[in-house]
Write a protein that binds this ligand. Structure first.
Ligand SMILES: Nc1ncnc2c1ncn2[C@@H]1O[C@H](COP(=O)(O)OP(=O)(O)O)[C@@H](O)[C@H]1O
Ligand SMILES: [Mg+2]
Length: 510
């Protein structure tokens, strides 16, 4: 007898409906899986066999053919176990095939029949309404994640036996309902480190505020222990909170990477990702034979922090160029090409020289001029071209260190950032396709960053004196506009330019 049930697969972060056809017929006992399955699905035969037997069902001693459709889509992972098991039960008439309805089944089986959580449930739930199904049957540990999508009924179970019971009497079961607190993204910034913990450091704090308001990439340069990491971690907290739609988008990427398994529901705060400098290219930008999102996509709509930038391998950093420019990364494989979003703010940090103490008032720098030059040469290059704000972080003075007084709290700064961002998005309107100052192209600069004669002279002098490049000038204009937005002023004034020029310190050192 033939049974057909629904499951789904993930391509990139998109869900594709997969039909699981199971035919149980006479012939030598054998189980065959066709339709481009990977090894995990081939192994699923053994898991399903054991799970059925250990859950009190009969495993048919006949010829079983399992066909996964569409045939040209590569299918991966253990998430088809549940659908295959239910298909075998239906095809061998241990469950009435009529009862399968239009449910979509997802889940990995243990040998004892219990259901284990899988990756990528949220994008499938989000697409489920369009896939034409009536409900989603998932492992209990994935239920919260799927139930974020209110338009679809989600049922979570711990054991194969429970799924069979549910199919026999669905009216006895209620779909999962999430409490309001799990989906409310408004108050979630509470858990992010706060800038009020940072003593002193007025200049780096101001730079963070500008970075948040204009979406500018930033680099902190300073000796060890000066607070670079501490400052960087506090950037997500002064960005506007995620909207529900953004949270859903971010969560789908995290779901595909398997980070929401086990009771996770929604990523509610802006991501902060801090990959180690030994990270490989694929772990940073995504990859694998079944492409998985990398750190830059996990940082989507949040912050990617590259601590000790000079320690990263140059060829690995090269991979970041295209995504930084485009806001997405595309990964091509023989049978498929996938796109992962990657709109993040880059924050980098570095010591000013190999020993770390160049320019430090207390500890002497032990590096030779040549060592320092080589170090800076390593820093300049493709990535530095995309960093708008160069920020020198100095060690706290003893009297600042011991001061009791706390800094301004993130919530207040966030309010100013929100206002500045609102001003920018009003200026750009809908047609320009950009939402913050950092995204401006040269034609936007001509339109939105006009200078009067005296301001132009001022900038010209600065460029001549500091030997700045054309690219550096564009960055100065963008940052000036953000400073004007924060000040609530229309158009760039001389004091905005003067402040923005300060953030080109690395150009000046080179
Ligand atoms: N401005 C500051 N206010 C309060 N504590 C600070 C400050 N700067 C540094 N610290 C303390 O010093 C520690 C080390 O700072 P860290 O951010 O790791 O420095 P870096 O990354 O520059 O090496 C922090 O965890 C924090 O406890
Ligand atoms: Mg650090």
């Amino acid at each position: 007898m033939l049974a057909r049930i629904w499951s789904a697969s993930i391509v990139g972060i998109n869900a594709v409906k997969v039909g699981v056809e199971v035919d149980v017929s006479g012939g030598l006992p054998k189980i065959v899986v066709v339709g481009l399955p990977d090894t995990a699905i081939q192994e699923s035969r053994e898991r399903v066999k054991a799970a059925l037997k250990n859950s009190g069902f009969t495993f048919p001693v006949r010829k079983i053919i399992i066909n996964l459709t569409p045939a040209d889509l590569r299918k991966e992972g253990p998430s088809f176990d549940l659908s295959i098991a239910i298909g075998i039960l239906a095809a061998s008439e241990q469950i009435d095939p009529e009862l399968l309805g239009d449910y979509l089944f997802l889940g990995e089986l243990s040998l004892d029949g219990s259901l284990r959580p899988i990756s990528g449930v949220l994008p499938i739930a989000a697409a489920a309404a369009n896939l034409g199904i009536s409900g989603l049957v998932v492992p209990a540990d994935n239920a919260n994640e799927a139930a974020v999508v209110k338009e679809i009924s989600v049922y979570g179970f711990r054991h194969l036996e429970e799924v069979a019971k549910f199919l026999n009497q669905p009216e006895k079961y209620q779909p999962v309902e999430l409490s309001e607190s799990l989906t409310n993204v408004e108050e979630s910034n509470f858990y992010i480190p706060d800038l009020k913990d940072v003593k002193g450091q007025a200049h780096p704090r101001r730079a963070l505020e500008i970075a948040a308001a204009g979406g500018h990439n930033l680099i902190f340069v300073g000796p060890p222990g000066s607070g670079k990491t501490m400052l960087a971690r506090r950037l997500p907290g002064i960005l506007p909170p995620l909207t529900f739609e953004e949270a859903l988008e971010v969560s789908q990427i995290h779901s595909v990477a398997g980070l929401l398994k086990y009771q996770g529901s929604l990523v509610k705060t802006r991501p902060f990702r801090s990959p180690h400098h030994s990270a490989s290219g694929p772990s940073l930008v995504g990859g694998g034979s079944y492409p998985q999102p990398g750190e830059i996509s996990l940082a989507h709509r949040g912050v990617l922090f590259l601590d000790e930038l000079t320690e990263f391998k140059r060829n690995v950093l090269e991979h970041l160029r295209q995504p930084l420019e485009d806001g997405y990364v595309s990964i091509t494989r023989t049978r498929q090409s996938v796109v992962f979003p990657s709109q993040f703010t880059l924050v980098a940090s570095t010591n000013p020289c190999p020993c770390g103490y160049f320019g430090d008032p207390i500890q002497n720098c032990s590096c030779s001029t040549r060592q320092r030059e080589q170090y800076w040469a390593k820093l300049s290059g493709p990535l530095m071209d995309r960093i708008d704000l160069h920020v020198v972080v100095s060690r706290l003075k003893p009297e600042e260190m011991t001061r009791q007084q706390t800094g301004e709290e993130s919530a207040k700064i966030r309010d100013r950032v929100k206002e500045a961002r609102a001003k920018a998005s009003f200026r750009f309107g809908n047609e320009s396709g950009i939402s913050c100052n950092a995204q401006m192209q040269s034609h936007h600069l001509r339109r939105f960053c006009q200078l009067d004669d005296s301001n132009r002279n001022f900038l010209e002098n600065a460029i001549r004196k500091l030997g700045l490049s054309a690219r550096a000038m564009d960055r100065i204009l963008k940052v000036s506009l953000t400073i004007a937005d924060l000040a609530g002023e229309e158009g760039i004034k001389i004091n905005h330019l003067a402040e923005a020029i300060q953030y080109r310190s690395i150009d000046r050192l080179n």
